[in-house]
Design a binder for this molecule. Structure first.
Ligand SMILES: CC(C)(COP(=O)(O)OP(=O)(O)OC[C@H]1O[C@@H](n2cnc3c(N)ncnc32)[C@H](O)[C@@H]1OP(=O)(O)O)[C@@H](O)C(=O)NCCC(=O)NCCS
Length: 217
């Protein structure tokens, strides 16, 4: 039987991205670690009301799914998907501290070379350019080392902060997916926004730096 493409390592993984200075602090991206469980759980328990409204519905209770002990299965799933070339899962740190996650998922190669990007940021780090910087770093990485041609994001029309992140990065709105994803207990419409390499010839980080929204420390 033929080996799957990119068995073991695949373009773009593993990687460390950044640093990038924004209003909230110094943003860096790295792979998830088994030792992230305590910080991950503390933030997700505290920020439940803020996060639950925007995240895909999952079986089980929030407290159980986000307990420190739940991190092991999250971490091992992310690691397995990354090793198989299907995902690039990053932890976002701000000034060295765990502050959220940005994930590139559903990586499809061949004649599509496409993936989606998703993110969340802890409430004590929001509003300071963290998600915008993290997404710029990850999209630039996908379009260079990662060998992808297109990255898309699907967002509920009500999610103004997330739409603002994508607007700052220059994502194009491509359409509305009706009852697309089961979020917060119901099938929700989502806007689809996307970028292809042709849309960002100089890279998104350079665009943010030129706009005065980030600096390279
Ligand atoms: C969406 C999210 C990741 C943004 O993170 P962040 O680090 O605050 O993002 P940034 O600071 O880079 O940009 C947020 C922008 O939204 C703006 N914003 C915040 N609340 C807003 C609101 N209610 N209406 C309009 N704009 C809003 C901010 O002012 C900022 O824009 P600005 O830089 O022009 O002032 C964060 O709010 C989050 O984790 N939300 C919950 C999970 C989620 O929605 N994930 C995305 C699913 S598609």
């Amino acid at each position: 039987m033929a080996s799957p493409p990119y068995a073991g390592r695949h373009p773009g993984w593993p990687a460390r991205l950044g640093p990038l200075q924004v209003a909230a602090g110094v943003v860096e991206l790295r792979g998830p670690r088994l030792t992230d469980g305590r910080a991950w759980s503390r933030i997700r328990m505290r920020d439940r009301d803020y996060l639950e409204n925007w995240e895909p519905t999952a079986p089980g209770d929030w407290a159980e799914r986000n307990a420190p002990t739940a991190w092991f299965s999250q971490w091992s799933t992310l690691r397995a998907l990354a090793r198989r070339g299907m995902s690039l899962p990053f932890v976002i740190t701000v000034d060295g501290r765990f502050a959220g996650q940005v994930t590139v998922g559903n990586v499809v190669r061949g004649s599509l070379c496409s993936a989606w990007v998703g993110y969340w940021v802890a409430t004590d780090a929001v509003g300071g350019g963290v998600a915008t910087a993290a997404s710029a770093l990850v999209v630039d990485h996908c379009f260079t080392v990662g060998g992808l041609h297109r990255v898309e994001a699907t967002v509920r029309p009500e999610n103004a902060p997330s739409l603002r992140v994508l607007a700052k990065l220059g994502f194009r709105e491509e359409g509305l997916f009706r009852r697309y994803l089961d979020v917060a207990g119901g099938w929700r419409d989502h806007l689809c926004l996307a970028l292809t390499t042709e849309d960002a010839p100089g890279g998104l980080v350079s665009r943010l730096v030129a706009a005065g929204l980030a600096t390279r420390p």
